[in-house]
Design a protein around this ligand. Structure first.
Ligand code: BG6
Length: 511
């Protein structure tokens, strides 16, 4: 079914913030260049800083390096046409009367562009404003859909705990209806995360094996090369569990583990995601001590250069106990996954940037041939590489030519970069277009966010209340604390240490 791209205005709150420059404006530009935007479209930036339209356009378009570095000189004309669609208004978003100004500016832009009163409000502000802005919008009739549609995109973090996420959902629902609310998780906008659905449900060969009878364990890694950069202040209130696990990693896990939906509709898919979260085995205090490892990067020297430890970063408490690394083992208690351990890990200042899912299949029931390698390594693995080099790889055993029956592991792989039309859109491009088209499939539903919090909350509470829970240091540039290896070693397993490039055998491994 063709989706309808209605004429509309994208209203960005927090317009002078980092996300607007780095992600949102570049994403809208690429949609504009690709002719994906509706015929009549405009952007209205909103924030406190006093600026006029021209100043805002200069800031977010012409002087925005994140955007201009991707625009060839031949397209500079197009940049001007794009910038003309961008407008700005300065208001105090906390002050309800100021929304009258916003409303009349919106009406003016709406008339100029003939956008039929359809507005998307994007909350790219500090989370303290997530309740206030929707309330003020509603007070001025800006959530009312009797004549046009109104949608609200809410950035992460969605809540700080289960209680605050519930509270936020409750408050939002007094101003907007659930089907107007789009909770963004940009990992769902990544091409290979969506491809996982296609790989699983459009091929006959994977799904029959995708269960406890054939899968030994599943491993998900989201490694980052960078540290906290300039976000120390925010990160101190978050930590890796809130920043990466509660949202991105659990979502990727849910897409990996979900049952086939009945149809490819938003609610059918999102129902299956929620069921996975509901089936997560809750962690007892004992599980938290044994099956969850938290770490924090310490200073180190890489190639002669001294790298700062987390506690030395700007905005970070010198005695901080905030985790920059988490690894955990858990189970999904349902028919498909009973007894299959799931391992996930994420961390900052690891040796490379890579996100991947590895499905480890069980060994053959009987070993006929002599293996040159460790039997463990001979298990078939399906590796779904989410970034940086998107693709998919299957490892299997093959006979070494010549005498005897010697077996070695070989790879069957597909890289997105091999496609002739290899443009892989950025997550924000896909997600913004979906919101313009009213498709919420790749946005988190309120009940899913709460269910994911329900799983994470006891871990955070135990960490906060029990001073005996260990926080391991790991030197910046290493693969995290060795305690994480123990999680796997208990089952005689090891983590896959992924390179930057998807294929590593018989070739060099670039980190
Ligand atoms: C964000 C986190 O949600 O995701 C960041 O707040 C993290 O800390 C980022 O660096 C990772 O996203 P990506 O797309 O670079 O993997």
């Amino acid at each position: 079914m063709m989706k309808k791209t209605d004429n509309s205005i994208l209203v960005i709150f927090g317009a002078s913030g980092d996300l607007t420059f780095r992600k949102l404006i570049p994403a809208v530009y690429h949609l504009f260049k690709g002719n994906f935007l509706p015929k009549n479209f405009a952007v209205l930036g909103v924030s406190r800083t006093a600026m006029n339209d021209e100043e805002f356009r200069n800031k977010v378009v012409f002087e925005n390096k994140e955007l201009t570095k991707k625009v060839p000189d031949s397209d500079k004309e197009g940049l001007k046409a794009f910038a003309d669609k961008i407008h700005y208004i300065s208001i105090d978003t906390q002050s309800e009367p100021d929304y009258a100004k916003l409303k009349s500016r919106l009406e003016e832009v709406d008339q100029k562009y003939n956008t039929e009163g359809n507005y998307i409000f994007y909350l790219s502000t500090p989370p303290s404003l997530y309740e206030i802005i929707p309330r003020n919008l509603a007070a001025h009739g800006l959530s009312d859909q009797s004549r046009s549609w109104r949608r609200l995109i809410v950035e992460k973090p969605f809540g700080y705990s289960l209680a605050t996420a519930r509270e936020l959902n409750k408050k939002l629902l007094t101003c907007f209806k659930e089907d107007q609310i789009y909770r963004i998780d940009h990992y769902l906008g990544k091409e290979t995360v969506q491809n996982l659905l296609v790989t699983r449900f459009s091929n006959g060969i994977f799904e029959p094996l995708w269960n406890r009878n054939y899968v030994q364990h599943i491993e998900i890694t989201a490694a980052e090369l960078v540290g906290v950069e300039k976000r120390g202040g925010y990160y101190e209130t978050s930590g890796a569990l809130r920043d990466m696990v509660q949202n991105h990693l659990l979502m990727v896990m849910a897409i990996t583990a979900m049952e086939p939906p009945v149809v490819a509709s938003s609610n059918a898919i999102r129902n299956e995601i929620v069921k996975v979260f509901q089936s997560l085995r809750p962690m007892t205090k004992e599980d938290i001590h044994h099956n969850v490892v938290r770490g924090q990067y310490t200073s180190s020297t890489i190639k002669g250069e001294r790298i700062k430890g987390y506690r030395e970063e700007e905005g970070v408490n010198p005695n901080s106990k905030t985790e920059t690394y988490v690894a955990m083992k858990f189970y999904i208690d349902n028919w498909r996954w009973a007894g299959v351990p799931f391992y996930i890990r994420t961390g900052k200042k690891l040796p490379t940037r890579v996100t991947e899912i590895v499905v480890h299949f069980k060994n053959t029931p009987h070993h006929l041939f002599a293996y040159n390698e460790n039997i463990q390594k001979m298990n078939n693995e399906l590796i779904i590489r989410i970034q940086p080099d998107e693709g998919i790889l299957l490892k299997f055993g093959m006979k070494i030519p010549g005498a005897g029956f010697n077996v070695k592991t070989v790879n069957m792989d597909f890289h997105y970069s091999d496609l002739t039309d290899a443009y892989v859109p950025e997550a924000y491009e896909r997600l913004l277009l979906d919101a313009i088209q009213g498709d919420s499939t790749l946005y988190a539903r309120g009940d899913a966010v709460e269910a994911a919090w329900e799983f994470c909350d006891p871990i955070l509470q135990e960490w906060e209340s029990n001073p005996h829970v260990k926080l391991y240091g790991y030197p910046a540039g290493t693969w995290g604390p060795s305690a994480a290896d123990k999680l796997m070693a208990d089952e005689k397993l090891t983590w896959r240490y992924p390179c930057k490039n998807l294929t590593d055998e018989d070739k060099f491994c670039e980190l």
